[in-house]
Design a protein around this ligand. Structure first.
Ligand code: ADP
Ligand code: ASP
Ligand code: MG
Length: 450
């Protein structure tokens, strides 16, 4: 059987859900066992929910309640269009939205919102969309069952970016999703959402529905995990930055992980982990063109093709340099630098060092002021904002040693702040000013794929 995950634009409105019904119906008719379906919130809903929660806590209660009204109307409209007269669905939507109103009012009184409450609010998008999709499938003759994601995905208590507990999740999936499959029904689960062992709602981080899809796939031993989205697959570059991109037909798990981590938003970076562990291929497909081949992500990728498989980019990075003559011929200096980041729970993306300085990039600026002050004790600190990362990824790069030089040569007119080639030699990464990114990515794409 397969797991089919549908992103926000693929459940955005009745027309999108109609396309989903056709895709799921075709899989149901093809395989002996029904597919398991994982859905995102309708597009834009998670942003609206988070805005309502933080807005209410900041005292903007009317705007927050207006947001809830819009969310309610959108789901009721989809329910009426796709499962008319389905009273339990209408009641469930009403209950969920009433509960949201109560939370918003409470936040406005408290003037504060904790990560735990933020999760309870953010989860509502997927809880609602999954109910609508389950009812719509059943109404269209594809018998489906709504599964509460909080009884299927078990996580730790790191609210807003919870880490799944695989053994417990596997057991929970056996109790929730597998019985539905055994009954011949399509289980429909909201992505992004989970719960701690003691029942508190958690979320897996923005874009986390892909991760849920992979967790379900690994947990029940699917033969394939399908990520249905609004583009034809993994493209050779970010289509929002570069025109003329092409679909990459085959990627290895390692290439996909690096592209996702370094900004290819089409896949959440953690999605690949469960798939790797179980060796389950992942496919990225376009819900507007269900007959397309999409991108197939497998353990080995492919031996032929260009040395660079695809480009990825990430904006809004900050570069931090620490310069100190004490670093010269000394040991333990780098440890001290990285301990500062560890203490502040801030991940570092790219690192370059010289004899007397170390440069790192971070994208999480929440602890920046305190990091800079702690680093000040170790050396002179310089900080540069509005930087971007551009990276070329390909398993075949190590066999084509000239490619790094070529990448740097193509970018000769662009001031490069850092250059790095990791031990895997699967990627070449440069850090540049954000303003230079479109020109640099465009040139690189033109020369490598044009
Ligand atoms: P979904 O709602 O289906 O999860 P996302 O918006 O999270 O969809 O991801 C799909 C988007 O990712 C595309 O619309 C595209 O703009 C963006 N994207 C960025 N880099 C790439 C890439 N290399 N290949 C494909 N899409 C990319
Ligand atoms: N709805 C969540 C988000 O917008 C998760 C997802 O769509 O993958 O981040
Ligand atoms: Mg996504």
């Amino acid at each position: 059987m397969v797991v089919q995950k549908f992103g926000g634009t693929s459940v955005a409105d009745p027309a999108a859900i109609q396309r989903l019904i056709e895709i799921v119906g075709a899989a149901r008719a093809r395989d002996r066992r029904p597919p398991a379906v994982v859905v995102s919130a309708m597009s834009g809903v998670t942003d609206m929910l988070l805005a309502a929660a933080t807005g209410a806590a900041a005292g903007h209660v009317q705007e927050a309640l207006a947001g809830v009204t819009q969310i309610r109307a959108r789901h009721l409209e989809a329910a009426q269009a796709l499962a008319p007269g389905e009273a339990p669905l209408l009641d469930a939507i009403a209950d969920q939205c009433d509960q949201l109103v109560s939370i918003v009012q409470a936040l406005a009184v408290l003037r504060d919102v904790s990560p735990r409450t933020l999760d309870a609010v953010a989860a509502i998008g997927e809880l609602l969309s999954s109910r609508v999709v389950a009812a719509a499938l059943t109404h269209a003759g594809v018998a489906a069952e709504w599964i509460d994601a909080r009884s299927a995905i078990v996580t730790d208590a790191t609210h807003t970016c919870a880490v799944p507990r695989m053994a417990e999740t596997r057991a929970a999936l056996q109790r929730s999703v597998v019985p539905a499959l055994d009954r011949g029904r399509v289980p429909v689960i909201g992505g992004f959402v989970g719960a701690t062992a003691d029942g508190h709602t958690t979320t897996l981080g923005r874009g986390g529905s892909d991760y849920s899809g992979a967790l379900v796939g690994a947990g029940i031993g699917a033969r394939e995990i399908q990520i249905w989205t609004d583009v034809d697959g993994m493209l050779t570059a970010d289509p929002r930055v570069v025109t003329g991109t092409r679909v990459v037909p085959v990627l290895s798990f390692a290439e996909a992980a690096e592209l996702a981590y370094f900004g290819a938003k089409v896949l959440h970076p953690s999605t690949i982990l469960p798939a790797v562990e179980e060796g389950i291929p992942v496919r990225i497909l376009n819900s507007h063109k269900p007959d397309g081949e999409g991108t197939r992500i497998t353990a080995d990728g492919t031996a032929d093709g260009t040395p660079v498989t695809a480009l990825a980019c990430k904006r809004d990075l900050t570069v931090i340099d620490v310069t100190s003559s004490r670093m010269l011929m000394a040991y333990g200096f780098l440890r001290q630098v990285f301990e500062v980041f560890e203490r502040h729970r801030t991940a570092v993306d790219v690192v370059t060092t010289s004899e007397v300085s170390v440069s790192v990039t971070v994208d999480d600026r929440r602890q920046l002021a305190s990091i800079i002050s702690a680093l000040g004790a170790l050396g002179t600190v310089a900080v540069e904002h509005d930087m971007a990362l551009l990276c070329a990824v390909g398993d075949r790069l190590p066999r084509e040693p000239g490619t790094s030089a070529r990448v740097v040569a193509i970018l000769e007119e662009v001031p490069l702040r850092m250059i790095s080639q990791a031990a895997s030699r699967r990627n070449i990464t440069v850090i540049l000013r954000q303003d230079d990114l479109p020109r640099a990515m465009g040139r690189l794409h033109e020369e490598l794929f044009g």
